[in-house]
Design a protein around this ligand. Sequence first.
Ligand code: PEP
Ligand code: MG
Length: 325
Amino acid sequence: FKRDVNSCSFLPAITLDEHQTHVLANIEFQEEVGLAMDYGADGIGLYRTEFLYLRQKRLPSEEELFEDYKTVALMMRPRSVTIRTLDIGGDKFASHLEYAPGINPALGLRAIRFCLKEQQIFRTQLRAILRASVFGKVRLMFPLISGIQEVIAARRILSEIQQELRLEGLAFNPELPVGVMIEVPSAVMLADLLAKEADFFSIGTNDLIQYALAIDRVNKHVAEMYQPLHPAVLRMIKQVTDAAHTEGIPVAVCGEMAGDPLYTPVLLGMGVDELSMNALAIPVVKRIIRHSTMEEFQEFARQALHHQTFEDVNAYVTGVMARRF
Ligand code: PEP
Ligand code: MG
């Protein structure tokens, strides 16, 4: 199985019973696009856009952002590029941007909350993303959404900017798909409502696990309790995929969980449509997909969801994976 993993890189992520999935790459800089292509990414499922804001002690201009997003869109064409709006705060700080991190930055002014407060920064980025959207298959998503009002507010600003660009005669894709990241437990509980406001979901398991289990994602003293296979986490992912599919929208997972082959069958078996990960993990994940059936994944997920403790789920998943792959 291991020997010819790399031969799978450029083959489609399709199961033996012909169920199409997509395996994409996460990137943080434009320079990583080459690696994503080399490892057979079906697209960029998460472009974290903080780098241009963190690398210098001033805000990037609209032109700088536009050029960067345009380059990535062109390089990946015809594959999709999902650009996540600024997720500053939490574990990603910029000393020149004004905010008080407080004693609990993960629960503070970060991501969409920061953008809705610092609207000028948000508007500049949205203008750049919209303008880049005509150069490839660009998608947009908002991080750390905790309720409907944030999506409505963000979408309202987006349509104001579309109007602005129209008046200025600048091109953009009016059909730009808008996604919501599901990484806060309240968003899981509201997934049925959020699905009506979004074109797709992307589950950020790094944060979702942190907030669901109250385990700091960067605190090594509690790292053992950071459990992707915790029954509560699996139920949340299942609830989100069910809600999305009821509304007919697709679901991606773009946290680290998506790039660990141990979790591939359980995620796809619960109905996840796309996995976005560190590019290096793409070949092995594709290999698992191409050597299994969706029916097998679904049964695997059903069994995993039956177990009541992390220990039991973990024993089940690792046991099957060791025997099967
Ligand atoms: C996540 O939370 O899973 C995610 C993909 O976003 P980040 O790791 O950048 O917070
Ligand atoms: Mg996150």
